[in-house]
Write a protein that binds this ligand. Structure first.
Ligand code: HEC
Length: 129
């Protein structure tokens, strides 16, 4: 009987971090789509990617949280949607930043430099498969 209780307890203990881990992640995601982005503590080995990620969070994430699209879900930033809309190269994404199709706001060079725009584009292409 004691042994059974012990087994039950340890199973519960094993399951707890998994459950709380999941709900925590879910909460972080909804928060990050609403609030100003805060720099991540996780270090990245590729500086370029980190810069693109930070810029993306600052300029694009409000409308494209996690590579989605809050106003037009079909025009999201995942590889399959981009390909369907003939967006395959970093230049294609930079072009959309400079000349958006309709509801997306325009980002000119004074807001996002060509270098930063390319960093964001590289990030989009590598982060959202
Ligand atoms: C104000 C909200 C908003 C912001 C901010 C925004 N976008 Fe968009 N984006 C849209 C909307 C809406 C569309 C759908 C096309 C349209 O209506 O212009 C779109 C479409 C796109 C597309 C085409 C996706 C596809 O599958 O066809 C790309 C690429 C894109 N955005 C990249 C970016 C990048 C990179 C940034 C940050 C520099 C950004 N967007 C910031 C709203 C936004």
């Amino acid at each position: 009987m004691n042994r059974l209780t012990a087994v039950g307890c340890s199973l519960l203990l094993l399951a707890l971090p998994v459950l709380s881990g999941c709900s925590k992640e879910g909460r972080q995601k909804t928060e990050s789509s609403r609030k100003e982005p805060t720099p991540r503590a996780t270090p990245s080995s590729r500086v370029q990617t980190q810069t693109g990620e930070e810029l993306f969070k600052q300029y694009c994430a409000p409308c494209h949280p996690d590579g989605g699209n809050v106003s037009d879900p079909r025009k999201n930033l995942h590889g399959s949607a981009l390909k369907a809309n003939h967006i395959t190269k970093p230049e294609d994404i930079v072009r959309i930043m400079r000349n958006p199709i309709s509801r997306m706001i325009r980002f000119d060079e004074t807001t996002i430099s060509d270098k930063d725009a390319t960093a964001i584009a590289d990030y989009v292409l590598s982060a959202f498969k």
